[in-house]
Design a protein around this ligand. Structure first.
Ligand SMILES: [Zn+2]
Length: 237
């Protein structure tokens, strides 16, 4: 599957409205994975970790439902808590590159961009041997040179099809509603890739308890519908 993804040569977040104006499923900037082909699957993705304790709480929940997910990790946080990254991998989840410092790549010179990707890869290597060959751009900022730099390192570019808007949600119910409405509104028979956050690029230790609570409900709801929760590595494309 990853071979296919890489072969394809393959958030919308506050502070990057110019980028957010382009749909996350857009292929305009280059090959991008945003959803899968099997409607029986569902892929939860978490950005901006690892984070303590919320990443660990999510892992407990995912384990309870035998769910696999994908974590797009910030390299400097990986350096801070490699033990959490090892726990993620031991749970059978995928870990992807989300750069080392989470810069806005719209304004990042090419040499710094490459450094950001390589430094995050190195942090993942030191923590777990190697990350999975996946990359998600901070703030959903895509430029062709960003995607080319990622592909040059063998990283497939991954966006999403459903935005949970959990980074500024006022309650877990708001997150649940965002996801359920968008999944229901999707008329296409496909596997949705859902964007959530277990951390915050602004600082380590951010409170993501609303996201954890929302996941408790979402996993229960969609497991009752027979969904198979997969990592991006397992997603049928
Ligand atoms: Zn991010």
């Amino acid at each position: 599957m990853l071979g296919m993804l890489t072969g394809l040569a393959a958030g919308v977040a506050a502070g990057c409205a110019g980028c957010a104006a382009v749909r996350p499923t857009s292929q305009f900037f280059g090959p991008t994975l945003a959803y899968g082909s099997d409607p029986g699957q569902m892929a939860f993705t978490f950005d901006d970790g690892p984070n303590d304790p919320h990443t660990l709480h999510l892992l407990d929940l995912l384990n309870k439902y035998n769910a696999k997910a994908t974590f797009f990790l910030i390299g400097k946080y990986v350096r801070k808590r490699p033990d959490i990254v090892r726990t993620i991998k031991q749970g059978g989840h995928a870990v992807g590159n989300h750069t080392y410092n989470h810069p806005n790549l719209l304004f990042t010179p090419l040499d710094r961009l490459q450094q950001e990707l390589e430094d995050c890869n190195k942090a993942l290597e030191d923590a777990v041997g190697a990350g999975d060959p996946l990359f998600r751009s901070p703030f959903a900022c895509r430029r062709r040179r960003v995607l080319r730099a990622a592909h040059a390192l063998g990283l497939a570019h991954v966006m999403w099809s459903v935005t949970a808007y959990d980074w500024n949600a006022k309650s877990s119910q708001a997150i649940i509603t965002n996801v359920v409405r968008r999944v229901a509104a999707s008329r296409r028979r496909r596997a949705e890739v859902i964007l959530l956050h277990d951390g915050n690029y602004v600082g380590f230790g951010a409170d993501r308890s609303f996201t954890v609570e929302a996941m408790r409900v979402l996993l229960e709801k969609y497991s009752a519908q027979g969904k198979q929760f997969v990592s991006i590595v397992e997603l049928a494309v």
